[in-house]
Structures are given as C-alpha cells and as structure tokens.
Design a protein around this ligand. Structure first.
Ligand code: EMZ
Length: 385
C-alpha cells in the first residue's frame, strides 16, 4: 500500500451502526461516527459538556496526567464565550501580512536547510522544527526558544512505550510554570504577558488560567500539525504532478489545504461528557458517560462527501470538521491554515520531486478500529528545482 494512502478505518461501522464503543482506562467512550451526529452533538454544548474533570474529554483520557483545566477548550458556555473572546484576536494575528512574511522566512530556511542534505527523517528534521519555530510567532517570543521544544520530541504527553507519560507531561507543565514566573518578573509582549494582563469576569486571569491556555496552545497544535506536514510530504512524494499543479495555481492551494486536512484528519476525535440523556443513532448516551465526536470518520461520510477516500485538490463542497465544529472549533486553526498554505507555497516553489526511502506508519488503536494517523518515521530525499 502506498505511503500516502490513509484508508477510512470506520467505514463499515459508520454505515452499519453509526457508533462504536472504546474502553479507555475504565472510562468507556462511545465514538459517534456519522457526520450528522458529530455536528449535532458538537453543537449541543448544554447536553454534551466539555467542562468535566480536566483531561476527561480527551481520548485517551488525561485525568491521570494533569489537573490543570485547558482554556477555553475545557469550559462550557457562557464562561467559554468570555474566555474565548479574550484570546480570539490574538489567535487571528496569523492573518497579518507581517506574520505571514515571518512564517514564510521560517519555512524557507527550513526547506533550504534540508535541501542541502542527502536523505532526512522528515518528522524530526523538518515537520517538528517547522511546527516549533512557527509556534514562536503565535506566542510572539524569540525564534531561539524553539530549540527547547524541538528537544522534547514529537509528543508532549507520549513516549515510545506509553500513550500517556506523566514524566514527559511534567516537562511541559514545569516549563510553562517557569516561563509564567519569568514574565511576571519581566513583562514583555508575548502571549504570556497578554494573558497575565487580561481580565476575566472583572479580575485578572490567574496563573493557573494562563497555564491552561498555554498547555492547550502547546499540546493541541503539536502532533496534529506535525502529522499534517509529514502526511502532505508523503502525498507530494507520490503525486509529483501535484507539486507542479500547486506551484502554477496559487488559488488551488486554498482548496488543497482544506482537502488535505479533511483527508488526514490529524485529530481523530474529541470527547464530551453527557449532561442530558439522549439517543444517538441507536446508542442511549447516559448521563455522566462519555461520547466522542469522531472527526476522522465524519470527514469520510459518503452522505456528505463525494468520493470521500480520494484527495481532490480542488474539491468544491468541503464542509469538513477536521478543526472541530461549533463553539469549540479550533482556536489555532488560523495559525494552522496559514502554516499549511505557506508550507505548500514554499515547498512547491523549491522542490521538484520527493523520494521516500523508508516509512513506518503510526497506527492508532481504537479497539475494533485501527487508524493510520501519520508516521513514526518517514525518511525522504528532497530534490531541488
Ligand atoms: C488537548 C488536545 C486539544 C490535549 C484540540 O486538541 O490536544 C491533545 O494533543 C492534547 O493531549 O491535552 O490539548
């Protein structure tokens, strides 16, 4: 099977039943697989809460590895709306031309660096450095800080042998605590300072709240962005004609990034805790149990997407939910989209072809369903134009 083929792991169950159980650390989750159910449930923030114990809406659950509530992600309206309003403008900065220029310079430098080399491992030598360096722009801190984050490796909460690694997670939490203290001592114009000066319900944001926003910013956009970039490289390696098409047609880039993110769906699903009992596609969601909104399955739903298992770079109707849906839709999406766009632009300008030398797939295990989400290793050679 080709490296850039990501099959639809949930097809049969989605069509036959619409839901499936997954036993996650003795807190079972019912995964909702149909586009309609996913959207309806995401929309119903009253019946399906994000404000459970910190970590509980994430699948696999993170209740054993953190106590800090991620903000605004693990808060329900109306509080959610107020938190979100505090950060919304900051997370729209990627639309500024100056931000876009700096992002372009980062991506150019990274691609030029690896073009000088022979073969490279794409995740550690390209996707992770680009993700980390781009994040310095979102936080508005010096580029050099990215070296620390690159040294953490791809996963913030995961290590080679465990899905949830408390020791690894504490590296991030301790780092953020230390950074918050530094910025309290010497304020600057970073996201840390902006948040520390923000007012929520008429009082200053607490250190714990600021930490909650920062953990989300670091963790939510890490493996997701890295997988997106690596998977896109695999696609371009196997579809060299797409490199030229995208290079010659800048408007195609806009539809292509949406199509890649639909097809790859880097975040498989996100949970909710049931507040009001409800039947969904035959499953009775009981109070205080968990359901998950399976973005990856919804994005291959044939009742919505024509030829869902094909990448159609100029797909016209593409209401994908790869960035979530409703009040909680991804806060980092503007940054991610800008990065995706700049990456495609620069890559197709500088690279003629990509050769895949070696690939090891990263397969997620959702009980009865195994889903390819990216790679554990992708060794490639880039050929310059
Ligand atoms: C959480 C989540 C947010 C979680 C939008 O997704 O991303 C996951 O990678 C983290 O582990 O804590 O931030």
């Amino acid at each position: 099977m080709s490296a850039s083929n990501f099959s639809d792991a949930f097809k049969d169950t989605r069509e036959a039943k619409g839901t499936c159980p997954f036993n996650d650390q003795n807190d079972p989750v019912t995964m909702l697989l149909r586009f309609k159910d996913v959207r309806k449930t995401a929309h119903n923030t009253k019946g399906f809460s994000s404000a459970a114990k910190p970590g509980r809406i994430v699948v696999p659950s993170e209740v054993n590895i953190r106590d800090t509530r991620q903000i605004p992600f693990e808060v329900d309206p109306p509080e959610h709306t107020e938190y979100r309003a505090l950060v919304e403008d900051w997370f729209k900065r990627p639309l500024d031309p100056d931000y876009e220029n700096k992002l372009t310079q980062i991506v150019e430098a990274e691609i030029e660096r690896v073009l000088q080399k022979g073969s490279i491992e794409a995740i550690s030598e390209l996707s992770l450095p680009i993700q980390s360096k781009a994040l310095t722009l979102l936080l508005n801190i010096p580029l050099t800080e990215a070296q620390t984050w690159i040294s953490w490796g791809t996963h913030v909460f995961r290590s080679e042998d465990s899905d949830l690694d408390a020791d690894k997670a504490s590296i991030l939490y301790d780092y953020i605590d230390a950074e918050i203290d530094k910025v309290i001592a010497v304020p600057n114009d970073s996201l840390y300072s902006v948040l520390l000066n923000s007012e929520y319900q008429g009082r200053k944001m607490t250190k714990e709240e600021v930490k909650g926003v920062l953990i989300l910013t670091f963790a939510g956009g890490r493996d997701t962005v890295i997988n997106y970039l690596t998977n896109t490289i695999a696609y371009l390696a196997e579809h060299p004609e797409a490199i030229e098409k995208l290079h010659n047609n800048p408007t195609l880039v806009n539809t292509a990034i949406e199509e890649f993110v639909r097809y790859f769906s880097p975040l498989t699903h996100m949970g909710r805790v049931v507040k009001e009992e409800k039947e969904i596609s035959g499953h009775v969601a009981k109070e205080d149990t968990r359901v998950s909104l399976c973005w990856a399955s919804a994005n291959r739903d044939e009742s919505v997407f024509e030829n869902p298992n094909e990448i159609i770079l100029d797909r016209k109707m593409n209401p994908h939910v790869a960035f979530g849906f409703g009040a909680h839709k991804c806060l980092g999406a503007t940054h991610a989209r800008q990065l995706m766009k700049v990456f495609l632009r620069v890559f197709t300008e500088k690279v003629s072809t990509v050769e895949i030398m070696d690939a090891a797939e990263n397969i997620e295990d959702w009980g009865a369903h195994k889903r390819k989400v990216g790679f554990n290793e992708l060794t490639i050679k880039l050929n310059a134009k």
